[in-house]
Design a protein around this ligand. Sequence first.
Ligand code: SAM
Ligand code: SF4
Length: 360
Amino acid sequence: MGPLSTDLGLPRLRGTDPAAGDPVAGDLVAQALDTGRLVDRFGRVHRDLRISLTDRCSLRCTYCMPEQGLPWLAKPTLLTTPELLRLVEVAVSLGIEEVRLTGGEPLLRRDLVDVVAGIAALGPEVSMTTNALGLERQAQALVDAGLTRVNISLDTLRHDTFRALARRDRLDDTLAGIAAADAAGLRPLKLNTVLMRDLNDVEAVDLLAFALEHGYQLRFIEQMPLDAGHTWTRENMVSGEEILARLRTAYALEPVPQRGSAPAELFTVDGGPATVGVIASVSAPFCGACDRVRLTADGQVRNCLFATGETDLRTPLRDGADEEELRALVAASIAVKLPGHGINEPGFLQPPRPMSAIGG
Ligand code: SAM
Ligand code: SF4
């Protein structure tokens, strides 16, 4: 623990304090503990916690995971559900209002319904990002437990492309999961699509037509350099501009002003009210409005998808840290958050953890 933390009378930290030796960060931690708000040095207030429930997945999307999978996190390092709920309680005491469950594939977590119910009981809104495989069986139980919204990944409507993109053809299961989420009242139902050049980029219009037909909100996400195989290249990335150009061959799109902290830039389709979103994380970063903090399945806090460092909460938690120590560690992680992800800067380094282990 850093000497400045001692001077400020902050709790003695059992974990490694990322704010140690940084007076501005020390002040921000003290303020966070006092006010119950996670404000960083750029004035961004953090209200949204993304939790990766597992790094494992039922698919192997080429932009995310290698075909053979990854060296999975060791079981003893994974947070148990009581540990997870204790950390959510800490986060809620620091102003977290929304918890999004993700992964890996969150539906692979066996006690997902209990996780949702436990988090909902602590107050925040609970949503989930999922590939929807198996959602058909669980959608209603998840809603009953307190799940309010889902974002479902749908990259293609073609069986052969699904097989090429996710390395197994589970299109029918994904579509069944989407229908089940809809039937269970998980609305607005958002669909996420990553377009890959020469693979599914030709489907932009078809995917939007599908979403419009069912009343779903489609958002296209630029591919980010977070794949475990490090295959991302700027030239191959289908940019937000390119996505819009493809959609405009079939639809009239008009920008909807003001996106707040939401990453998607929204456009009305043919005069509205339907909209389509573009999340141009690479070509038009929205870091200035970021209100997100992330918790990995093995109990590490990350202040950015692209952070190269993380703050260990699991070890202090298991060593008996009290609530104030854990709050101080979360606050310290936010206090040292950088202004942006730096993808477009020359010294950019892809984080060591792939997207599936961070929680997208
Ligand atoms: N398995 C779930 C799913 O696919 O929805 C949740 C985890 S996944 C990592 C969360 C989101 O991240 C998905 O919408 C996925 O398409 C997106 N994603 C994964 N790798 C990405 C990448 N390299 N660039 C952009 N988005 C990515
Ligand atoms: Fe799995 Fe989601 Fe990654 Fe695809 S994007 S491999 S579904 S974690």
